[in-house]
Design a protein around this ligand. Structure first.
Ligand SMILES: C[S@@+](CC[C@H](N)C(=O)[O-])C[C@H]1O[C@@H](n2cnc3c(N)ncnc32)[C@H](O)[C@@H]1O
Length: 300
């Protein structure tokens, strides 16, 4: 049976300069690892931007390799980088690169989900504050508490919003004590697709405790949805197993935060919110792999 391997790429990789014949040889070795994979479609990251290989299809040992353009946020063979180092290094180009992948629409629409009486929000993984532009247009005097591990991202945020009411903490939202019953809305945008179910569910419990009764949690993230994928659970499992494989290959044994995309299915996301105590969990927006979910905290 022929298996299809979808090869996803990133610029700057050494193989980008190889000829087609050299590439075929190069992949032979990679393919030997994947050809026994229990699924038909696997994702490997290699080539792309320097040479356009998107039309190439190889047939090697009954494995069909199809090259497809993808963003930088895919599986990889590159060394895993600590989360803060990854974003510190890329802060200057973040806006252009990130919006090139996901577009501005998801950032802008978030403001429309905030209740009209909102006074304060906490934003996890606030980055350079792309999602704040529309929020400040709608609520100029809103108080924003932002957390991020990457200080260079926060520095740019400050430059972008010099006069607004923003308190920033250069810390991890996984460990930082952000208090109880303090905020009208909690928000996370494109930041939680790096963590396991356990880590996220613990965080959601903390988030639940931190917002006021009747408060709202908004999560916009890279998720695997049934509208987009035939078998989202299989993909989720594969991403997590690839992450473990890379950590093992690179001798990483600590529980530190590394930049690697492990998106979860929309179904699992909703389940985690419910486990943490949220009610009325709903999907309100989706474009390609970007999904926005809302969840309520009921008044006690
Ligand atoms: C893709 S960026 C998103 C930034 C912004 N929310 C946006 O949508 O443009 C992810 C951000 O989450 C931050 N981040 C990831 N894990 C974090 C953690 N455990 N604690 C705090 N910030 C974290 C990263 O440093 C990065 O700035």
């Amino acid at each position: 049976m022929t298996k299809t391997i979808l090869v996803l790429g990133e610029s700057g990789t050494e193989e980008a300069s190889l000829t087609r014949a050299e590439l075929a040889k190069y992949y032979e070795e990679k393919v030997s690892y994947y050809k026994n994979a229990p699924i038909n479609l696997v994702y490997i990251k290699f080539v792309i931007c320097l040479v356009d290989h998107s039309s190439m299809v190889f047939n090697l040992n009954n494995v069909r390799i199809k090259m497809e353009k993808w963003s930088t946020k895919t599986l990889g063979t590159q060394p895993l980088e600590k989360m803060s180092a990854f974003f510190n290094k890329r802060a200057e180009s973040y806006r252009e690169v990130h919006l090139g992948h996901v577009g501005i629409e998801s950032k802008q629409i978030i403001a429309s989900f905030l209740p009209s009486n909102v006074k304060s929000i906490i934003d996890f993984g606030i980055g350079t504050g792309l999602e704040l532009e529309e929020i400040f247009k709608r609520f100029p005097s809103i108080e924003v508490i932002g957390l991020d591990v990457a200080k260079n991202m926060l520095k740019l945020l400050r430059e972008n919003y010099p006069t607004q009411n923003i308190k920033l903490h250069n810390d991890s939202y996984l460990t930082f004590d952000f208090g109880k019953l303090l905020y009208d809305v909690a928000l996370s945008v494109m930041t939680l697709h790096h963590y396991t179910h356990e880590v996220k569910t613990d965080l959601y419990r903390k988030v639940y405790g931190s917002i006021k009764p009747n408060g709202l949690y908004i999560e916009c993230d890279y998720m695997l949805s049934e509208h987009q994928h035939e078998n989202p659970q299989e993909m989720e499992d594969f991403y997590f197993s690839e992450y473990e494989r890379l950590k093992e290959e690179q001798g990483i044994t600590d529980d530190g935060e590394y930049h690697y995309d492990t998106p979860c299915t929309v179904y699992n996301q909703k389940k985690m919110f419910v486990e943490a105590g949220f009610v009325n969990v709903r999907e309100v927006w989706q474009k390609e792999n970007t999904v926005i979910l809302l969840a309520d905290k009921q008044a006690k």
